[in-house]
Design a protein around this ligand. Structure first.
Ligand SMILES: *Cc1c(COP(=O)(O)O)cnc(C)c1O
Length: 219
């Protein structure tokens, strides 16, 4: 059995039901992505529109494609043709552009709102206190649908460092579930990567984004 097959098998056996795995595929080849799909992963995460466009025709195998990078406005037009979900919406302008590009295609794009849970000025994501206001504004757009939240948390060797920020994002998620914004859903909570997905699940993640843990360490 190949390493990718083994990794996916071990991972899927470990995860409780109801957790979606996004295979974070930046820098990976179409062959590697295909192998992950053949092993039982069904969602591929890409950080760059060009990278997705490059591998997509070669991968062939049916899959869901999630955009997990920072989406530039000038890439939205291509992105809405490729992706089944955009996990990283953090501004009104970006949501508006996605809505505008989806409308002619008669498509409604599921999106997650990225939360800058660690309040790091250099990072993407909406500040926690502004999340509800942003979601309320976006809820008025007819061709995007808010379906949950995503966060990165601080990058650290120690996953325990991320725990308070996952917990904070979960609180925002729960609050938006208890007092919902009409026209939105709080279904997906995307948090945790290879080093931190266990902690993220303990804090309520139901979608985890795994790169190295599936494909091996990046060079
Ligand atoms: C690369 C990446 C991941 C996966 O990271 P690993 O540590 O390789 O599991 C998850 N989310 C995002 C947004 C990424 O860019």
């Amino acid at each position: 059995m190949s390493d990718i097959k083994k990794n996916v098998k071990t991972l899927l056996e470990e995860l409780p039901p109801g957790i979606d795995v996004v295979a974070a595929a930046k820098t990976r080849t179409a062959a590697e992505i295909k192998e992950a799909l053949d092993s039982g992963v069904s969602i591929i995460g890409e950080n760059y529109v060009q990278e997705a466009e490059k591998v997509l025709p070669e991968v062939g195998t049916p899959a869901k494609w999630h955009f997990i990078g920072h989406l530039q406005k000038n890439k939205v037009k291509q992105a809405v043709l490729i992706f089944d979900m955009i996990e990283t919406v953090d501004s009104w302008d970006l949501a508006l552009e996605i809505d505008k590009r989806c409308r002619p295609a008669g498509k409604t794009m599921p999106i997650l709102i990225e939360i800058n849970s660690a309040i790091e000025p250099q990072k993407h994501g909406v500040m926690p206190e502004n999340a509800r206001a942003l979601i309320e504004k976006i809820s008025g757009l007819s061709s995007v649908r808010v379906m949950g939240l995503m966060t990165m948390g601080p990058l650290s060797e120690d996953p325990e460092c991320a725990r308070p920020f996952f917990a904070k994002t979960r609180m925002i998620f729960d609050d938006l579930k208890q007092v919902p914004v009409p026209g939105t859903e709080m279904r997906y909570l995307s948090m945790g990567m290879t080093g931190s997905y266990r902690v993220a699940m303990e804090e309520g993640a139901n979608m985890v984004r795994i790169g190295a843990g599936i494909f091996g360490e990046r060079e």
